[in-house]
Design a protein around this ligand. Structure first.
Ligand code: 5GP
Ligand code: ZN
Length: 111
């Protein structure tokens, strides 16, 4: 997907504040954070959304969740939220699968 923003970021055609990368995924800071810590965990493979995953993507999905857990530990987060927005109605604006890792509120969060 040559016109996909997150494909461009994972191919390093557009810069991002990358905190982790391996052969299959990249983790970078959200440009407009909604929490003190707001990271995006993004597979390098272009998959549009959770609504577009197939049986072949099970490993990719587990990689994303495992990386998010790892990042949360490295950031010292004692609690956090993991969110997939799915489709426009679900708040998804970038059509390349990504897992939001949100945290860093300390003990102030009550939701
Ligand atoms: P969505 O609404 O699709 O679930 O989330 C997309 C996220 O990507 C938003 O939180 C938005 O702030 C972030 N974002 C949009 N454009 C860029 C960008 O160019 N760089 C980075 N690092 N984040 C972006
Ligand atoms: Zn893409």
């Amino acid at each position: 997907m040559s016109d996909c923003l997150f494909c461009k970021i994972t191919k390093k055609e557009i810069p991002a504040d990358v905190v982790y990368e391996d052969g299959r995924l990249m983790v970078f800071k959200d440009i407009k954070p909604s929490a003190p810590v707001h990271l995006l965990v993004v597979p390098k493979e272009h998959i549009q959304s959770i609504a577009h995953i197939t049986d072949n993507h099970r490993e990719v999905l587990s990689d994303l969740i495992y990386a998010a857990k790892d990042m949360a530990e490295k950031q010292g987060l004692s609690g956090y939220k993991l969110t997939f927005n799915v489709g426009r109605e679900g708040g998804q604006l970038v059509d390349h699968l990504h897992l939001h890792l949100l945290g860093g509120w300390g003990s102030t969060v009550s939701e």
